[in-house]
Design a protein around this ligand. Structure first.
Ligand code: COA
Length: 179
């Protein structure tokens, strides 16, 4: 990969594949949540590093729901990519699949959004390079990332309601619907 090629979403992509063994599971034979979160954090970090090409730290993890248990013997596939870069921070999206290799089926198990921040050697935030979405899906995720960012910064107490820009129409629509 040429170091000066355009920084696309594709270049940040990471696919992590692991087989679930007894050591990874609870008494029910299902993968433990903490083990999955550990792998998700690693995959997200790889995407952030592939994009920023410098140290990146986890700033936040949006709510994670475990929709479907992953069973011993199944293969877990974690796909991650940078959706959007703001200034120093990046939104990384993760999609987790469980693969039953006997039945040759795959089901989605969870989706999560991590925020990573590019930092210098003193752990101070520094700007990350811009990212270029290419496909219609990547453009959609790019747009949606701005709204999610506002919501997470509001929840973290870092953004006031009056400073919301991208989320404003969604909030007004919600207020209108609720009467
Ligand atoms: C993340 C960290 C670098 C932010 O530092 P800070 O002094 O708050 O820096 P800033 O206020 O300049 O914020 C830097 C960026 O982080 C983003 N950010 C900070 N807190 C955030 C949060 N809770 N959620 C999402 N983004 C956040 C800011 O929006 C900003 O993004 P932008 O530059 O793209 O606009 C700092 O809090 C830190 O080092 N945290 C510990 C990181 C770590 O150890 N992670 C592993 C934990 S297990």
């Amino acid at each position: 990969m040429s170091p000066d090629a355009r920084k696309t979403v594709r270049r940040s992509r990471c696919v992590m594949t692991e087989i679930i063994l007894p050591n990874d599971t609870n008494n029910l034979g299902n993968m433990m949540g903490g083990r999955l979160l550990y792998l998700m954090d690693k995959a997200a970090a790889i995407s952030a590093l592939r994009h920023a090409n410098r140290t990146c730290v986890t700033a936040s993890v949006d709510s994670v729901e475990f929709q479907s248990p992953i069973r011993q013997g199944e293969v877990v596939v974690i796909e991650s990519q940078v959706n959007r870069v703001f200034r120093t921070s990046m939104e990384v999206e993760l999609n987790v699949w469980a693969e039953d290799t006997r039945a040759q089926t795959r089901r989605i198990c969870n989706r999560a959004f991590y925020t990573f921040v590019a930092v210098d050697d003193e752990a101070r935030p520094v700007p990350a390079p811009p990212i270029f979405p290419e496909t219609p899906e990547e453009h959609e995720r790019y747009e949606a990332a701005a709204r999610r960012r506002e919501l997470r910064l509001m929840l973290a107490g870092r953004l006031k309601l009056q400073d919301v820009e991208h989320l404003r129409d969604d909030l007004l629509e919600l207020v209108r619907q609720r009467g």
